[in-house]
Write a protein that binds this ligand. Structure first.
Ligand code: PMP
Length: 301
């Protein structure tokens, strides 16, 4: 699959306060973030020129940095403005927005007290995260071998670059076997999430999803829970064991990139793309747009 290399594109990248020509947004090879994983990032989508849940994403970025022990030298509001500026500079309305903060090259070694924290925001067009045709039929997942770590083992509430090491390994393993993604269990053997998205199951008119106590409580996850509750569906957050998948009829993933993506298969378990999944998929697509077609207009006064 030919992809235009990400360092060889036209456009602008917001880099420590300035909009740089895309190809000039470089960092030094001796960056702490590269060697020791001291980086945190976000991923959000713009729809019709507006970035969905921008404040929540900017705040999570600031908080992710704090969990790793550093302060990003920009407030959440300034980060949000940088995202809007980057979107505008690239003249995009529907796009993926990627802010990233990392420790620089002022000090090498595990200690990083002297490093400065950098911030960049890139924006590009990114269509469906999963193959659009497969997505409507439900994507196929395999079971991952690695597990989401115990909160005592890793800073699991930070969207930290280093935590994606096991995700990339598992995503590659899954793709190598013809699957779209992998389902990761957690350190206790409970269902956790996919490599870049949260997971939900449906039984009757009940929606079950794992309690996010050792993985990201996704912003999309929380949005979809809200949309489901608005429709009167019971959403149950609890520990879910893998054997329980035999009792669920539907399954879907949620994430800023993945949006709401139906799942048809996980290992030996099969799911159908049922009404609740389809309704939430459509409800989410409508809700993310600045003009919210599904909401009744406020009565004129
Ligand atoms: N888990 C992981 C590992 C992710 O990378 C993401 C995507 N950021 C999510 C869950 C979903 O989070 P969100 O809905 O906030 O994008």
């Amino acid at each position: 699959m030919a992809i235009e290399p990400y360092d060889q594109r036209d456009g602008f990248i917001w880099f420590n306060g300035a909009l740089l020509p895309w190809r000039d947004a470089k960092l030094h090879v001796l960056s702490h973030g590269l060697h020791y994983g001291s980086g945190v990032f976000e991923g959000q989508r713009a729809y019709d020129g507006e970035i969905f849940k921008l404040t929540e994403h900017s705040q999570r970025l600031v908080n992710s940095g704090k969990i790793l022990g550093f302060d990003i030298p920009y407030s959440a509001e300034e980060i949000s403005q940088a995202c809007r500026d980057a979107l505008k500079a690239n003249n995009l309305a529907d796009a993926y927005v990627r802010p990233i903060a990392w420790r620089g090259s002022e000090q090498m070694g595990v200690a990083a007290q002297l490093t400065k924290v950098n911030l960049a925001v890139a924006v590009w067009f990114w269509g469906a995260y999963f193959d659009p045709e497969q997505r409507l039929k439900g994507i196929r997942l395999t079971m991952a071998e690695y597990r989401r770590p115990d909160p005592r083992t890793a800073p699991c509430k930070s969207k930290a670059t280093g935590l994606y090491m096991i995700c990339t390994i598992e995503k590659h393993r899954a793709e190598g076997m013809g699957y779209a993604d992998a389902l990761m269990l957690d350190w206790r053997g409970q269902i956790a999430e996919a490599t870049g998205a949260n997971i939900f199951f449906v039984r009757g008119d009940e929606i079950h999803t794992p309690t996010p106590d050792c993985f990201l409580d996704g912003i999309t996850r929380r949005t979809v829970i809200g949309l489901a509750k608005e429709r009167g569906w019971n959403v149950i957050e609890r520990a879910i064991m893998p054997e329980e998948m035999a009792n669920f009829e539907q399954c879907f993933l949620t994430g800023s990139a993945a949006e709401v993506t139906p799942v048809s298969e996980i290992g030996d378990y099969r799911f159908k793309v049922g009404d609740i999944t389809k309704t939430l998929m459509d409800a989410y697509s409508a809700y993310v747009r600045p003009v919210k077609e599904h909401q009744p207009l406020a009565a004129a006064v």
